[in-house]
Design a protein around this ligand. Structure first.
Ligand code: NAP
Length: 282
């Protein structure tokens, strides 16, 4: 059996890899873990944005390295794993944060199977491949933690998010199973089921304007999860929704159907918005 898990884990001197560190929750998390003394490995596609984050962490006295990688490219992930292990040895904490959200109704999705494919590519296959690459070294050193940034949608099953929630639920479930196999080697998994956070990802949806936590508030919750290693971090609304889905699924369907009609597809989802919104939400 593993060592007791309740002890608070210090970030000082740890190596923490954060995907999606060029923006939003990932950037704020990278800054927060670096402030606590961790060496942070920044991963995302945009090398210039990673360099901006890396330079500003190092200017503040922290330690950071940047690795440009498209997490939908499996060969690139394998090369990233090889490079990280060669340069830093085992990663102590992996934060699978990079992701793509798609909020689009079924009525607009009949000819958009690629929405399902690209959600799975970045939200499930990419993080699983990266985790599989880094897990053996964690298990050998008998210490490690994988933190997945998922969504309260895995509990709520909110309409218009079918592709997104399915891909995040896949990662959530995969990790719960993995946690049971790695328990004996002191490697833990945490699923962070976040509600709305104000980032470039949520910006194209007009209904979300001005709502949600800041990236820094979200990052503080990630840091707390790294220190305490819970199996999941939920919201109260997510727990209530999950309970309702369990005990009264037809009632839940009816209530969510009403919400669905109250909040239509965004302009970005309908394809009428500017190119940036389309890039992030199409
Ligand atoms: N915002 C919310 O309300 C909310 C709520 C619950 C959960 N989440 C989850 O939180 C995570 C972070 O999202 P965010 O809100 O902070 O959005 P964001 O600011 O748009 O950040 C997304 C990050 O993912 C990276 N990324 C996207 N595709 C990638 C790819 N193929 N390869 C490598 N990196 C990729 C982006 O970097 P590059 O473009 O440089 O590659 C960026 O750094 C996501 O997994 C999201 O699903 C967000």
């Amino acid at each position: 059996m593993a060592a007791p898990r309740r002890r608070r884990v210090s970030l000082d001197g740890r190596t923490v890899l954060v995907t999606g560190a060029s923006s939003g929750i990932g950037e704020a998390t990278a800054r927060a873990v670096a402030e606590r003394g961790a060496t942070v490995l920044l991963v995302a596609r945009r090398g210039d944005e990673l360099e901006r984050v890396r330079a500003s962490i190092e200017d503040g006295g922290g330690r950071a390295s940047a690795y440009s990688c498209d997490l939908t490219d499996h060969d690139a992930i394998d090369a990233l794993v090889a490079r990280v292990l060669a340069e830093h040895g085992a990663v102590d904490v992996l934060v699978n944060n990079a992701g793509r959200s798609i909020r689009r109704s079924l009525a607009l999705s009949y000819d958009r199977f690629h929405d399902v494919e690209r959600s799975m590519a970045v939200n499930f296959f990419g993080p699983v491949r990266l985790t599989l690459g880094l897990l053996p070294a964690m298990r050998s050193q008998r210490s490690g933690h994988v933190v997945n940034i998922v969504t309260w949608g895995v509990q709520l099953r909110a309409p218009k998010f079918s592709a997104y929630i399915a891909s995040k639920s896949a990662l959530d479930s995969w990790s719960r199973v993995a946690a049971r196999e790695t328990y004996g080697e002191n490697v833990a998994f945490t699923n962070m089921r976040f509600s709305l956070v104000r980032t470039p990802m949520s910006a194209p949806t007009e209904a979300y304007a001005g709502r949600g936590a800041t990236p820094e508030q979200a990052a503080a919750r990630v840091v707390r999860a790294i220190e305490r290693r819970p199996p999941h971090v939920n919201t109260l609304a997510g727990n209530v929704g999950e309970l309702l889905n369990l005990v009264a699924p037809r009632l839940a369907d009816g209530l969510f159907h009403r919400f669905d009609r109250m909040f239509p597809d965004s302009r970005a989802a309908r394809g009428a918005a500017g190119s940036d919104a389309r890039r992030r939400s199409s």
